[in-house]
Write a protein that binds this ligand. Structure first.
Ligand SMILES: [Zn+2]
Length: 235
């Protein structure tokens, strides 16, 4: 049996690997999930009526009609809308946040009716940014009740855009939103705003129903404007 000896090949001469500098890449904003969903939260519901006017107007009822009006406007703009309640149910605040947090590319707007304020005006609220603790290491996990903190700047921008529109659609409304620690917002992991119409303290709810289309249009326009700014990575 012939034995074939393979001639050992000399290793190729070591060629120095050229030391090229690592290519530099201009920084660019991370890809963002486009905003396609708006979770609308009609405040209160079920056993929780919310604010109650002397004439019997219930915040929970008006909040649901507002949500329906806003839903119609947003759907006309091409957004998918998820309601946290469809009728007179009473999901918990955590349930409502969980509904929002299950969506990707979502915004959250909770709708309320105050017991004070000029008739037919509305105010947007956003969660104030927490005070940064200088020198402290960031916590490894964000507590459920602090989840909104990561979205503080975006929520503020959304509230500002909504308030500008409210000022145009509902005369007498303020021009800037308010930073308030609204419990309904604190566990939402998305840009989140509360909108409150004034008020249940009326002889009947006709002025509130009359304000609903303006409020709905204001929110829809602001959401469309926010989508452009957000997706451009400008926030
Ligand atoms: Zn309320």
């Amino acid at each position: 049996m012939a034995v074939v000896l393979l001639a050992q090949q000399a290793p190729p001469p070591a060629t120095p690997i050229p030391q090229t500098p690592a290519p530099s890449i201009a920084p660019f904003p991370p890809a963002r999930t486009p905003i396609s969903v708006v979770v609308l939260d009609p405040g209160h519901g079920g056993a929780d009526s919310g604010a109650r006017g002397a004439s019997g107007i219930l915040e929970k009822d008006v909040a649901l009609s507002l949500a329906r009006a806003v839903q119609a406007q947003l759907e006309r703009q091409g957004f998918r809308v998820v309601l946290t309640r469809q009728a007179d149910e009473g999901p918990s605040i955590d349930d409502r946040a969980a509904t929002a947090n299950a969506e990707r590319g979502a915004l959250f707007i909770t709708l309320h009716v105050s017991s004070i304020g000029a008739t037919g005006t509305a105010m947007a609220f956003y969660m104030p940014a927490g005070e940064a603790k200088s020198g402290a290491a960031p916590p490894p996990l964000v507590r459920w009740q602090d989840a909104q903190q990561s979205y503080a700047a975006q929520s503020r921008k959304l509230a500002e855009l909504i308030q500008v529109q409210l000022g145009q659609k509902l005369r007498g409304s303020a021009e800037v939103p308010q930073a308030v620690a609204v419990r309904q917002l604190r566990s939402v992991t998305a840009p989140a705003v509360a909108v409150e119409l004034s008020s249940v303290a009326l002889p009947d709810r006709k002025p509130l129903d009359a304000a609903a289309p303006g409020l709905a249009e204001a929110v829809a326009r602001a959401v469309a404007a926010f989508k452009v700014v957000y997706e451009a990575g400008a926030l």
